[in-house]
Each structure stands twice: as C-alpha cells, then as structure tokens.
Ligand binder design. Structure first.
Ligand code: AMP
Ligand code: MG
Length: 361
C-alpha cells in the first residue's frame, strides 16, 4: 500500500535504498567553503550558494564561497568554516582557525548507500520510518494486514455507554477500553458487543462472531455462579486457570474449538485492561518494552508468589505510585502511566530500589 497509509502497520518485507542518502555533498553549516591549505588566512569571497542552488563558481586558492546549511558544496572546496568562526571584512573574510578536509561537510551516502537496508521486515512504520521512506521517494511498501479482533463484554449488570445505569448496574467500560487497547496495539476491532450472562445468549454471540484472528472477552472467568465464559468454553478448547499475578488472577486462554485464538480476560476493569497489556499485546506481537526506573515511593507489601503490577507515574527515570491497588478503580488506573513489575519472590521494596517498568503510553 501507499507509504502514507502504512503508518502503524508492520512491514512484511524489508525496504532497501535505491539511491544514496544524502544524494549530494552538502554543507553542514552556514559558513564559508574553503581550501584547507589557505587557513588561517584572509580569503576573497567569490560567490554565494543559497540552499537549492547549484554553485556557479568554484573555490580557487585564496578564495572562499559563502554557503548555507544543506547547500551543494562548490568544486574545489575541502571544508566549511562556520560563520561564527570568521570575521567578515567587505568582500573578504578573516579566518583565524585551521580546519581539516571534510570538516562540516555531509558526504554522499552518509546515511545509507544504494542497496543498504532502510527498514527491516517486522518493523512498525512510525513517524521516523515514514520520514525515511519519504526521503527515499518510496511509493509503496508491503505490510501485514491489521489483525482482526472481536471484543465481547459479558455481564448482566452492564449497560452501554450513554445509558443511565440502574441501582445495581454499571457502564460497560471494558468493551470500549479493550477496543482502544487493541487498536493501539495495531489491531482492527471488527466486532464489539455486550452479551448477558445467559448461556444461550452467550453461545449465540460466539457463534455469530465474524471471522477474526483473536477473540477477547471480559468477565465471567472466575469462581462465581454465573461465570458464563468459563462455563460455556471450558470444554471448547479454552483453559481457565489462575495466573500468579495481581491484578488479573483468573484468566482463560486457548484456541476456541481448536481454531481461533481467544483470551478470556477477567471482568474487573483494571484486571481486564492490564491483562490485555500483557497477554493481548503478546498475542498481537506488540509487547511493550520493559525499562528500569528508580522507585520514588516504597512498596510496603507485595503478595508472595505472585507477580504484582503496581500502577505508577514515570517522570525522569523515577516512578511514583499512582492510581491505587484494587482492581475496580478504573478512574485510578487513568492516573497511572506505567506499571511497576514486582517479582513474585519480592514481598516489599524500599524507596530508591531499581524496578522494571512497562510504560502504558
Ligand atoms: P466478573 O469477572 O464477571 O465476575 O466481573 C468482575 C467485576 O468486574 C464485577 O464487579 C463486574 O461488574 C465488573 N465488570 C465486568 N465486566 C465489566 C465491564 N465490561 N465493564 C466494567 N466493569 C465490568
Ligand atoms: Mg460477570
């Protein structure tokens, strides 16, 4: 497809340079094009090269040509002396410094030579990758299609966004939240719906899904009496187990009827969204990078035997705690922009400890 439509998509094939970049010898500074043997010295300025123009004069011994950043370097020039390092005196310049061949000159192919790899297969086309493709006048690239995803919220207590919830109801925030998370991970959400905890209705909803590469459900995977996802799909190829992490302990995963990959995420909004950050992103091949940071606040308690994902805010390499601990605090989650990963054998951490963090931005 057109390179301009490929932003956010994964390259299926590498891109190689058809021409060198830069394509011509250019000045890296506003200054004067000179010969090295003439410096230091007083040089006669014999011409001027604005950006985009071809010099109509060369640099002869004892002369200089005024030149701008990005301008084509004139014949005979060996270096550029920045304008800050000369004093102008009428049609002459006094240069007090010496220089070396090639100083402040950009060479042909400094960035890539013809045939060099510009972008690798598997790379995501982001802003810098687009700029590299544009700079090469590439017209089209071969990309992988966005994975097609279905998002299904379960729960009798849920009402759609925009509806006033009754006394024991709440707005389905997981559905739109998981859709946004899947789209941020490069997927196309081709179906999103809310289904009740009624087994028949749930079976019908699953049967009616369009062709997708991943089904993501939320809710109904735990130990409750009405956990419909678990009840209906346990004998259709989906495993339901407790994962040693917090939040997000109950999880379902597998291939539905041996075919379509499925994630049965827990219903608590924080659990659902953070589980998607780990397992959904992994399924889509878009894991977030893990970095290290210093803890600004202590973590007094962490459950033994479980990976704890602590909500935090990352600033200048320091992470402070934000957004609370419990799994229903959906507004609290919005205050966090990263997750601190506290390993299962760690039970507490002091301020100043080095921790692993995943940015959620
Ligand atoms: P469940 O896993 O179905 O037992 O749900 C656990 C908790 O998450 C309950 O408090 C549910 O009301 C809540 N919950 C489940 N699904 C959603 C959803 N789609 N949006 C917001 N909250 C939900
Ligand atoms: Mg439920």
């Amino acid at each position: 497809m057109s390179i301009f439509d490929a932003v956010g998509l994964e390259l299926a094939e590498p891109v190689h340079a058809s021409a060198p970049y830069p394509a011509f010898v250019a000045s890296a500074m506003d200054g004067y094009a000179v010969r090295v043997a003439d410096l230091p010295g007083r040089l006669r300025v014999v011409g001027d090269v604005p950006a985009g123009s071809v010099p109509d004069v060369g640099v002869e011994p004892g002369t200089a040509v005024r030149i701008m950043t990005g301008s084509l370097v004139p014949v005979g020039a060996e270096a550029v002396v920045p304008v800050e390092e000369v004093s102008v005196d009428g049609d002459h310049v006094e240069v007090g410094v010496t220089t070396t061949v090639g100083r402040h000159i950009r060479g042909i192919g400094d960035d890539v030579a013809p045939g060099d790899l510009v972008l690798s297969a598997g790379e995501i086309v982001r802003t810098a990758q687009l700029a590299a493709l544009v700079a090469h006048n590439a017209a089209t690239v071969t990309v992988r299609p966005r994975p097609r995803v279905a998002v299904l919220s379960t729960g009798d207590e849920l009402v759609p966004h925009g509806t006033q919830p009754g006394p024991a109801q709440l707005v389905d925030s997981n559905g739109p939240g998981l859709q946004a998370a899947a789209e941020a991970a490069g997927a196309e959400v081709v179906h999103r719906s809310h289904v009740s905890d009624d087994p028949g209705a749930f079976r019908d909803a699953i049967a009616g899904l369009p062709d997708v590469e991943l089904i993501v459900t939320s809710g109904g995977v735990s130990m409750g009496a009405y956990d419909v996802v678990k009840a209906e799909l346990a004998d259709r190829g989906i495993r339901f187990e407790n994962v040693a992490m917090q939040p997000g302990r109950p999880q379902g995963w597998g291939r539905l009827d041996g075919e379509v990959p499925m994630l049965g995420l827990p219903g608590n909004p924080v659990s659902a969204l953070l589980s998607f950050e780990l397992f959904g992103r992994a399924a889509l091949g878009r894991e977030r990078p893990v970095a290290t940071a210093l803890l600004a606040d202590p973590i007094p308690r962490s459950p033994k035997g479980k990976l704890q994902l602590v909500r935090g805010r990352l600033r200048d390499g320091e992470v402070s705690l934000a957004g609370g601990h419990e799994s229903h605090l959906v507004v609290g989650l919005a205050r966090a922009d990263c997750l601190v990963m506290v390993d299962e054998q760690v039970e507490s951490l002091p301020a100043g400890a080095t921790v692993r963090v995943i940015s959620l931005i």
